[in-house]
Ligand binder design. Sequence first.
Ligand code: 5AD
Ligand code: SF4
Length: 449
Amino acid sequence: MTFRIHTYGCQMNVRDSEAVTALLEQAGHQPVADERKADLVLVNSCSVRGKAEDKAIGKLRLLVKGRRRHPARIVGVMGCMAQRLGTELFDLVPGLDFVVGTRAARHVPRLAEAAAAGAGPQAILGRLDDPEVPHLHGQGALSAFVTVLLGCNRRCAYCIVPDVRGPEYSRPADEILSELATLAGEGVREVTLLGQSVLNYGRQKTDVWAGAAPSPRGFSEPFPRLLEAASAIPGIQRLRFTSSHPSGCTAELARAMAELPPVCAHIHLPVQSGSNRILRRMRRGYTVEQYVAAVGRLRAAVPECAITTDVIVGFPGETEEDFEATRALYRQVGFDNSFIFKYSPRPGTPAADAADDVPDAVKDERNRILLEDQDRIGLACNERWIGRETEVLAEGPSLRNPARWSGRNGQNKIVLFEPRGALAPGALVRVRIDRAKPQTLYGRIVGEE
Ligand code: 5AD
Ligand code: SF4
């Protein structure tokens, strides 16, 4: 059959959709871009905020309704919302064919085929501690996501992720490294190592390096060792990782980022709030001072390191003073970019027991103010690049203006530049920056690697 997957949410979902695409292809099915031509339409859903779930449910209802014109269409749902709501989804979306949990994605082909044979509604949620998830990829990509750590053992008060993605499981290092070598052999130049709290890699399951030779550079922590070993794989020109928690920003991590050429000078380090009172209530496990110290350690080792973050506005009990503390932290750290979210209570999380007492209008206002702060601060960060050269992984013509090419530098900034010569996607080019916007750098090529 033909199929189309709609993906919502984070990189972890993007990665899972890629794996399910490969599984369906292996089973003899064909991906199509046009949903109207698909026999199977699958929604890979996110649960992190109520809005994300509403979106996925709305989409699923539309897909089922669309059967008036596409009577044979099979509709399935996977991902975090599928895990959270399970068979309840058959009531919320009458006519839905199947529901697959976050660690049960390998069952998708079988469920889709059974649905096509008239099996009726089916759900496989699987076990949340099941480590046997598929790690497959598509062909021909420049960049790939590789999951190194499944699940999350933290219990941030607002977060549904541990409930829907299960406990942490660190994959054995040799398994990850052979996946990277295969990807490199297929032409992948840039790899992003994924985990909800990726720096926790190997911290609980301490045998990930069992039987391996000692680290050449003397790293003793499992994640810096992984960066070191991945950097040694020929063809992997860039290594990224996300998402990070300050507790993992150790001296070894800083040294790994400074010493290993493929490791990009960027860290996504969600802070969530700049108020110690709110951080405590969020159970984030650090203070503002500890967060700032973590940033300081990284910057001391990698002065050019870009720092991006996530912030939640309107967490229960957030006062004007707490919010001003977040604004002050923005000025102090000077984030290159940030993602700002309005607090959304998630059923079953500790924070959901507290009243969602910041009015929506106030959340909107705080969201708007921080966005403006970020624009100003991000522009100042980017203007520092004017007149300097930066290395860009060329991706291809920009969608908005095909006369220009687009790519990203190590700091993960979008760089738009005039192409020159026989430029191919995947080329590493040196670009001299002559103009900056809050989210974009502009320049021209001055050399190719
Ligand atoms: N409400 C709002 N934002 C949330 N996030 C996680 N849970 C919630 C919630 N309940 C945000 C955090 C996290 C990002 C992925 O989503 O900022 O870092
Ligand atoms: Fe959620 Fe905290 Fe885990 Fe991040 S570290 S996924 S915020 S529980």
